[in-house]
Design a protein around this ligand. Structure first.
Ligand SMILES: NC(=O)c1ccc[n+]([C@@H]2O[C@H](COP(=O)([O-])OP(=O)(O)OC[C@H]3O[C@@H](n4cnc5c(N)ncnc54)[C@H](OP(=O)(O)O)[C@@H]3O)[C@@H](O)[C@H]2O)c1
Length: 138
């Protein structure tokens, strides 16, 4: 017998399969876990990290857990305008759109960020504004 719930689940699954997400600061912590959860739903996730080596290692972990079709890496330092522009170009050329942006505020309390707290706090405000504006208009 036809179950309308099955059709609905099918449509949602198809919709998710053509969705693209970016997660910032995702080489560890909450960002990493969000990447895992989105990819396991069939969403293509761009796992970003300011440090390329750490980011690639995290992508590798997700690929080894069977999510290789749904996770890609791109470098992103949320405090660096050039890095944001480079990510936007990548998404535009590879996917042509962006459906989900998960921006996680970087934790301030590591030694280096703490030393430059005032400089970084201003930079982060404007760069986050730029990040959202740039990715929104893809
Ligand atoms: N964990 C919790 O229970 C919890 C609860 C409430 C709120 N939060 C908040 O949620 C946010 C994430 O928490 P978390 O526990 O996942 O933190 P985390 O494990 O310390 O991870 C922070 C991530 O942000 C990245 N990052 C730092 N500066 C960056 C920059 N300029 N550009 C791009 N990425 C940058 C770090 O990269 P590196 O590895 O290169 O440093 C790391 O991947 C924080 O703002 C935290 O305060 C966390």
């Amino acid at each position: 017998m036809h179950n309308p719930n099955n059709s609905c689940c099918f449509l949602v699954t198809i919709f998710l399969f053509f969705s693209y997400a970016v997660v910032t600061g995702a080489n560890k912590g909450i960002g990493f876990e969000i990447c895992r959860q989105l990819a396991s739903k069939g969403i293509v996730v761009v796992l970003t990290s300011r440090n390329e080596k750490r980011g690639l290692e995290s992508v590798q972990k997700l690929k080894e857990s069977g999510l290789s079709d749904f996770v890609v890496f791109h470098q992103l330092d949320v405090a660096d305008i050039n890095s944001i522009a480079s990510l936007a170009d990548f998404i535009k050329s590879q996917y042509g759109k962006l459906d989900i942006l998960v921006w996680l505020k970087p934790s301030f309390f590591n030694a280096l960020d703490f030393l430059f707290f005032f400089k970084n706090s201003n930079l982060n405000f404007y760069s986050i504004f730029y990040l959202i504006k740039t990715l929104y208009y893809i």
